[in-house]
Design a protein around this ligand. Structure first.
Ligand SMILES: NC(=O)c1ccc[n+]([C@@H]2O[C@H](COP(=O)([O-])OP(=O)(O)OC[C@H]3O[C@@H](n4cnc5c(N)ncnc54)[C@H](O)[C@@H]3O)[C@@H](O)[C@H]2O)c1
Length: 280
């Protein structure tokens, strides 16, 4: 299977690794050459670490790397059977990329989005054949997280839904079919997890480290909310919060926090920028 991935950031590069490991030929596309270079060198480091841990050998590393081409022209995705978009969480930009992409790929190609919060119906409406559009939502880090939400829009055909489920299952992931509602399942549950932690901080009840410590030590979570937000990226996470809040008709349960907005505005994005709620 030929897979085209749009956006070589945190998610796109991880999804490329998953697809290549499963034996697919991958074209990983980004408009930013630095992002493509970073994706390539990060994959090299990740695979070297897997060799050190004895999980793969040199030949498996070469096989995976040989499956991925790093491309800076959307046309290079024309031979794709499946494309997965993982660019910035902005509806208008995604729609523009989708309608251009459709002019290059075959009529049979599945066009999927990894959006965390946007309406798949709305993204699908940018296509001439909206029935081929679907949400395929991986979690971060994509190679490690087992769950993938598959989200059919009201326009999505049953054939595309079943093909998508089969493909993602072949990639050794566990599929949850979710409805096309804001945040789907996991991000809807996760919004109040972050939001309430930010409110606890803003009310002066505890600092970031204490809140994280409580959730990990007492709550049994693997990561605390601030560690997790830094891991996701405060820009991406803030945009998703805002988008879910608006999409739920400004339900106060999903209200974003000023702290998170200021961190995103300041460029304190978390791990990827070296500074967030913690220093890296
Ligand atoms: N970060 C997470 O934990 C996470 C988890 C699940 C889903 N998502 C979703 O995945 C998507 C990507 O998130 P991310 O964290 O990987 O973002 P990111 O900022 O790490 O990467 C986005 C990449 O897209 C590229 N890009 C932007 N506009 C583009 C365009 N028009 N054409 C081609 N490339 C373009 C950027 O250069 C960048 O490399 C978003 O929709 C986000 O909501 C993110």
């Amino acid at each position: 299977m030929n897979v085209g991935i749009i956006g070589s950031g945190t998610m796109g590069s991880g999804i490329a690794q998953v697809a290549a490991t499963a034996g697919c030929k991958v074209n990983l596309y980004d408009t930013n050459q630095a992002a493509l270079d970073k994706a390539k060198s990060s994959l090299n480091k990740i695979l070297l670490r897997l060799i050190e841990k004895g999980r793969i050998d040199e030949s498996e590393k070469s096989r995976i790397q040989g499956k991925i081409s790093y491309v800076n022209n959307l046309k290079e995705l024309s031979d794709s059977d499946l494309t997965i978009e993982a660019i910035v969480e902005e509806l208008d930009i995604k729609k523009k990329v989708f309608s251009e992409l459709e002019t290059y790929v075959s009529n049979e190609c599945i066009i999927a989005s990894n959006t965390s919060s946007l309406s798949i119906a709305s993204i699908a409406s940018s296509l001439q054949k909206p029935e081929r559009c679907i949400g395929i939502h991986f979690f971060n880090p994509a190679p490690l997280m087992k769950l993938v939400e598959v989200i059919p829009a009201i326009q999505t055909s049953q054939e595309i839904l079943h093909k998508s489920i089969d493909t993602i299952s072949d990639w050794k992931k566990v599929v949850a079919v979710a409805k096309d509602t804001p945040g789907f399942i996991v991000n809807r549950v996760a919004r109040p997890f972050y939001g309430e932690a930010l409110r606890i901080y803003e009310e002066g009840l505890a600092d970031f480290a204490t809140i994280d410590w409580s959730m990990k030590t007492l709550g049994g979570f693997k990561m605390g909310p601030f560690e997790l937000m830094d891991f996701i990226g405060n820009d991406v996470n803030y945009t998703v919060t805002e988008s879910v809040f608006k999409a739920f008709y400004y339900d106060p349960r999903y209200k974003p926090a000023f702290t998170q907005m200021r961190f995103a505005e300041a460029g304190y994005l978390g791990r990827k920028s070296g500074k967030g709620y913690y220093d890296y």
